[in-house]
Design a protein around this ligand. Structure first.
Ligand SMILES: Nc1ncnc2c1ncn2[C@@H]1O[C@H](COP(=O)(O)OP(=O)(O)OP(=O)(O)O)[C@@H](O)[C@H]1O
Ligand SMILES: [Mg+2]
Length: 546
């Protein structure tokens, strides 16, 4: 690494300055970043009392010579950038030359470092250097921060319990450990090893080390390169509905908070109730991203944000749908015989009637593979275990996608439904008539507030009462009733087969078939799970077989 220099004034003025050391976890973050920038292969962190009493970070990176060690804790001294132009080309995690100065200022600070040729030890209290000595140590750097905020009682009071602060430290170290599998991380507190992950080959193995094998099994990897932009990482399979902590976004391997990217990922999954797991690294040429927004360097902004977020959404969608259409992975593998061309068939065919009266799909040959439980859930055996499908939400998803994609064209009703609308219902009807018609509901208007519905989208299963409920629910949407997707959700919910309705084997097979032809067969439009999956391994485990 280059020698440490004082940044010229015009560069300092361009850097987002401000307080970054708010709590022990901020110290750990800055010291770990420095160790990563110094190309460490192993980083050891020890904390006492949630980092309030002591934080020690030891690395085997390139270390510093004596001259560098002497000025490293001054403000605006860095080896990572030199001039204003460099702010546009940042490749390191640090660049402001402020972290060590800010830490030293609010603690008792000790730095011991060696570049392999000379070793140096420096002690400081509240930023004041107490002494600089020669020392013997292998190449690398060890920084000890004791009694954080001892000189700032107000700041000390603001900290939470030791346990809470410790948890934040664990979260911080995890974030870096996950993105740098080529580095070994070790984090301990007296008598407790909190994280111990040796160097490993890849991200998958690192996720397993940090979290669990089970979580890894629920992830799908993706890697897309578009020009100079690369998007890679892991996303959870859409049928994974468990609480977990894997929600990490990185830009050029820097852990960041990027609400817009976060939102875009959730939207791709149709906003499920439990958010999906993901670890995503977006790498772009440094000039296309601004990291100099906030002193904590945790916020970044792409210069062309929309474009990059669009690319990400496409990459995630592609990965999610690819596995369904190709049937290459476990979720779709249970549909007997006809599964792989299910998607295509669905497009070719018009809506299939569940009464068996209208056009009928070719049923899966082995329709007997399905069982209905309490007239509500469908059981199906899969290659590796079994799945349970909630029949109502499955149909809701099918109808929703059909309506939204214009495939739910109106079907003429044999017995049109005549409705005397209440003044309230009439108001809702007037407001939404046009949109509802676009979605496939055909109305004929008679005298005052009498309306006849003679066509409904697709294979809707509604009676008169449900139509009245439909207007009430639309009314409950408030302003959102002007949004097509929201109306489609209500329509799909009302039109879907209900829990408690008996289905024949053929109806079940058709429902499953159509479900897996959907773009997102795993969550209903309201975010509830549709399919629960169980493996033989899990069963074996429960029965004490394995
Ligand atoms: N663990 C380390 N190993 C080797 N050099 C280090 C280490 N920690 C700090 N340094 C050197 O000290 C300098 C100052 O570190 P400091 O963290 O204060 O600033 P920075 O990393 O350059 O920028 P930032 O304030 O954004 O973190 C670094 O530029 C680097 O040269
Ligand atoms: Mg730094």
């Amino acid at each position: 690494m280059a020698r440490i220099r004082r940044l010229p004034l015009q560069v300092r003025n361009k850097i987002a300055a401000g307080e970054v050391i708010l709590r022990p976890a901020s110290v750990v973050k800055e010291l770990v970043e420095n160790a990563i920038d110094a190309r460490a292969k192993r980083i050891e962190i020890e904390v006492v009392r949630g980092g309030k009493a002591k934080i020690l970070v030891n690395d085997d990176g390139i270390g510093m010579g004596r001259d560098d060690a002497e000025i490293a804790i001054e403000r605006y001294t860095t080896s990572k950038i030199e001039d204003v132009g460099d702010i546009e080309k940042i490749k390191t995690l640090g660049f402001r030359g402020e972290a060590l100065a800010s830490i030293a200022l609010v603690s008792r600070f000790e730095l011991e470092t060696s570049n392999g040729e000379e070793g140096t030890r420096l002690k400081a209290d509240a930023g004041k250097v107490l002494g600089i000595f020669e020392s013997q140590r292998p190449r690398g750097t060890r920084i000890k921060v004791s009694d954080l905020f001892y000189n700032l009682p107000a700041r000390l009071k603001f900290l939470k319990s030791d346990e809470w602060e410790l948890r934040l430290i664990v979260d911080t170290v995890r974030r870096y450990a996950l993105m740098y599998p080529q580095i070994g991380f070790y984090l301990s507190s007296p008598n407790r090893v909190l994280l111990n992950v040796p160097v490993t080959k890849g991200y998958e193995e690192r996720i397993r080390q940090v979290f669990s094998k089970r979580l890894v099994e629920h992830l799908l990897g993706f890697d897309e390169a578009i020009g100079s932009i690369r998007l890679f990482g892991y996303i959870s399979r859409p049928d994974f509905f468990e609480k977990h902590k894997l929600k990490f976004i990185y830009v050029n391997s820097r852990p960041v908070r990027y609400p817009r990217v976060y939102r875009a990922i959730l939207d791709t999954y149709n906003n499920p109730k439990l958010s999906p797991a993901f670890l995503i690294n977006i790498t772009v040429p440094p000039m296309l991203v601004d990291v100099n927004i906030h002193p904590a360097k945790e916020e970044v902004k792409f210069k062309d944000e929309r474009y990059i977020i669009d690319l990400l959404v496409q990459a995630v969608k592609k990965r999610l749908t690819h596995r369904i259409v190709s049937g290459a992975e476990s979720a779709a593998d249970f549909i007997p015989s006809t599964s792989t061309d299910a998607g295509q068939r669905f497009v070719q065919e018009s809506i299939i009637s569940y009464q068996g009266s209208g056009t009928s799909s070719q049923p899966p040959e082995d329709a007997g593979e399905f069982w209905q439980l309490h007239n509500t859930y469908i059981f199906a055996q899969t290659k590796s275990g079994f799945v349970i499908v909630d029949q109502h939400v499955a149909h809701e998803r099918i109808l929703f996608e059909a309506i939204m994609m214009g495939r739910g064209q109106s079907q003429r009703l044999l017995f049109p439904i005549t409705l005397e609308l209440s003044p309230e219902e009439y108001r809702v009807y007037k407001k939404t008539k046009k949109l509802l018609e676009e979605l496939g509901v055909d109305f004929k208007e008679f005298s005052s507030r009498t309306v006849v519905i003679d066509g409904l989208p697709g294979d809707f299963q509604v009676d008169r009462q449900e139509i009245a409920d439909l207007f009430r629910e639309i009314d409950g949407l408030g302003n959102m009733m002007r949004e097509k997707a929201e109306l489609a959700k209500v329509l799909a919910c009302k039109g879907a087969i209900k829990a408690g309705q008996k289905l024949s084997p053929l109806e079940m097979a058709t429902l499953i078939d159509r479900l897996f032809a959907c773009e997102n067969p795993f969550t209903c439009p309201h975010g509830r799970p549709i399919v629960l999956k169980f493996t033989l391994e899990e069963l074996g485990h429960r029965f004490g077989r394995v």
